[in-house]
Write a protein that binds this ligand. Structure first.
Ligand SMILES: [Zn+2]
Length: 678
């Protein structure tokens, strides 16, 4: 699943962290009063009001930079996966080549600290030496795809996915990259915090090179070389906000144009090494980034590029080597960048990595044991009701003309819905898991994923493929297939509860379903038609009105102060904020309809409408470290949990009615200033 990070799917919440789980007392209303802090005012700080009790009883532990109620669910999933995986790992003599042998052996290697520590840097030693022995820059072109096959992406990334302008066909695509810190802002911004992270990155690199056996002099040269190259790549990279423009990311070139425009670069050697034959066209996601790669390869000394390539290898392999490497890796990426105090225990890291390498094999066992058929049935009904509701909401929009409404409803009717798990599973029979080393197996697992992806080049898009594993606690919308996907992992408390009433389930998973549906109509998704093509189906006037209406959302979030002196990024989070807004509107509308047929009573002191909004807020209950607030504000297109509640609800009329919020309340937004779209 390494590749899907380049595909522009719009997920609900990424990068889940987790913690020790505690069985929540679930009432038939689904609302746990212990989650609330009723000393807070609903109209003053609804997040505190709805989630204050939860936040107090779930303090951050050393292992987490953020701990939310859905992270607890993810934590529970990890324990379930551990049970499944360990059962296989403990049995000796699994049939060679069976999935059980592969999962079991990989897990045992990940857990074998004695072997990992005695191996030290050995698993990558020969590769490092080969890189140090490069004789000529011309070798780099064929070397880059050799890195891709190991799951490492120096200079830039290559992937295969749907052609935005011809969505039924796959096309070869490139994406900017090659940065050890992942995001260009860490290289370019000059506030104190960023400067400190940049300095620590260099210290970190030096320590890693030292662990890999280099002396102080070599280490110093290496750090300088890597920073020089990464700084150039960062300067040529687009910002997170710029990357949200699908048209700007679409720059299809035939082979002749490619060779002429992005030069000098030995594309023939590159494609041959990438196992791509008869390449006719490529989509260059970010042209300036690739032009700079050409310039870097040509102008930077071979010596410096050797250091850069060695750093890419060390950095990617670190988590699969000895404890010293793993600890130093955590020191920078966990502690410095995210504020996490303590590494996850070995078994959790092992489960996550086995899950990453053999995702659908693990997923198949997971759904057999943990996903009840009844959950799928109820989800099918919820999705159907939400789909009807969105149709009604589209029809009710006064600012949109009839022509655009017809197209919008066609797109809605064409949604491809995936629930629980895929109909056909990935086949891991060609993946060998051997007893040589943990890293060697991760290389083979990445090679397997690489081959699977490359086999798609120039072929029709497989619309039945899943871009998340079924055990994932998340959901997504994919614009090029016009699909919404809800893996089994998310269909549990606090999102979904078979034993809870409609107020709870519409407030929690209902809003999630509506959120994903609305992605088809957010500032990015609306640019794709019902076939998944990047083709404008809006009248010019309606497009203008949409932009004006969503500008209210951008301004509102831009004014939110997430930390002293730090504002939220309304442009970066626009798509997700529109999706939350639409999700709330659509699900509440659907909820009122089922209530009309099947009324609910007041329970635990709250009306059904109030419980809808409490269930919604409780999904986002969480604690977070200051470092993580800054990191996510830089790169996460989702608003922080607090603002998915306190920023979203003041634009929902029904919330004002449910809690009797008036102009005297701090969260009050006058009706004419509220966002009104979908
Ligand atoms: Zn989303």
């Amino acid at each position: 699943m390494r590749v899907s990070k380049y595909v522009s799917i719009f997920a609900l919440c990424l990068m889940a962290a987790s913690c020790n789980s505690k069985k929540e007392a679930v009432q038939s209303s689904g609302i746990d009063l212990a989650n609330l802090d009723t000393t807070a005012l609903a109209g003053g700080d609804f997040y505190q009001y709805a989630c204050g009790g939860w936040m107090k009883s779930h303090p951050l532990t050393a292992e987490y930079s953020r701990l939310g109620s859905f992270d607890l669910l993810a934590e529970n999933n990890v324990k379930q996966l551990q049970g499944l995986i360990e059962e296989l790992a403990q049995k000796k003599d699994q049939a060679p080549g069976s999935v059980a042998q592969k999962i079991g052996d990989l897990y045992n290697l990940a857990m074998d600290s004695v072997k990992l520590n005695s191996d030290g840097v050995t698993p990558i030693k020969a590769e490092l030496e080969a890189l140090a022995g490069l004789k000529d820059k011309s070798e780099i072109y064929a070397l880059i795809p050799q890195f891709y096959k190991k799951g490492i992406y120096p200079y830039f990334a290559l992937y295969i996915s749907a052609d935005d302008m011809n969505s039924s066909m796959n096309i070869i695509q490139t994406y900017q990259g090659g940065l050890g810190m992942g995001e260009r802002d860490y290289y370019l911004e000059n506030d104190e915090k960023t400067k400190e992270i940049r300095a620590k990155y260099q210290e970190h690199m030096a320590k890693m090179f030292a662990l890999a056996g280099y002396d102080a002099d070599a280490t110093q040269k290496a750090v300088k070389a890597v920073m020089g190259i990464e700084m150039r790549l960062a300067k040529a990279a687009r910002s997170q906000v710029e990357l949200r423009d699908p048209h700007a990311n679409y720059n299809k070139a035939d082979l002749a144009t490619l060779k002429q425009t992005y030069a000098p670069f030995n594309w023939d050697a590159f494609f041959a090494a990438a196992d791509l034959k008869a390449v006719k066209e490529v989509n260059i996601g970010q042209p300036n980034a690739i032009k700079e790669v050409c310039a870097v390869i040509n102008t930077v000394s071979l010596e410096d590029q050797k250091w850069y390539l060695q750093w890419n290898l060390i950095n990617s392999a670190a988590d699969y080597l000895s404890d010293a490497f793993v600890a130093q890796n955590f020191e920078f990426y966990g502690k410095t960048m995210s504020g996490t105090q303590e590494m996850k225990p070995r078994w959790k890291r092992a489960v996550n990595n086995v899950d990453g390498a053999l995702g659908e094999a693990v997923g198949q066992m997971y759904v057999q044991k943990y996903f009840p058929a009844a959950a799928k049935e109820r989800m099918v009904e919820l999705v159907k009701n939400l789909q009807t509701s969105l149709g009604e909401r589209i029809e009710a929009q006064e600012w949109m003309d009839a022509a655009t409404k017809v197209k919008a409803k066609e797109k809605l009717a064409a949604f491809h819905v995936k629930i629980g798990y895929p109909d056909k599973w990935k086949d891991y029979s060609s993946l060998d898991i051997k007893k040589d080393s943990y890293w060697a197996n991760m290389e083979r697992a990445n090679l397997w994923g690489y081959k699977e992806m490359m086999a798609k080049a120039g072929k029709p898009v497989d619309k039945d493929e899943w871009l998340m594993t079924p055990q994932t606690v998340n959901a997504y919308y994919n614009p090029t297939t016009n699909e919404i996907c809800f893996p089994a992992g998310i269909l549990q408390y606090p999102f979904f509860d078979m034993n809870a009433d409609d107020a709870f389930n519409y407030g929690a998973i209902g809003v999630v379903i509506g959120h994903e549906m609305t992605h088809g109509f957010d500032d990015q998704g609306r640019q794709y038609d019902k076939e998944g093509n990047l083709k404008d189906w809006w009248t010019a006037d309606d497009a203008k009105k949409f932009t004006e209406r969503t500008a209210v959302m951008v301004d509102f979030f831009n004014k939110i102060e997430v930390a002293p002196g730090v504002q939220a990024n309304g442009q970066l989070t626009l798509g997700e904020n529109i999706a939350d807004h639409g999700g709330l509107q659509i699900s509440f509308n659907a909820f009122k309809k089922v209530m009309a047929a099947k009324p609910l009573a007041k329970e635990t002191g709250f009306t059904p409408e109030q419980r809808f909004f409490l269930a919604y807020a409780n999904v986002w209950a969480g604690n977070i470290r200051p470092e993580e607030v800054l990191r996510r504000t830089k790169l996460d297109p989702h608003s922080l949990g607090r603002w998915r509640v306190n920023g979203a609800l003041p634009h929902i009329d029904a919330w004002y009615e449910a809690f009797n919020i008036t102009e005297k309340d701090p969260l009050f937004v006058p009706k004419e200033k509220r966002v009104s779209v979908w």
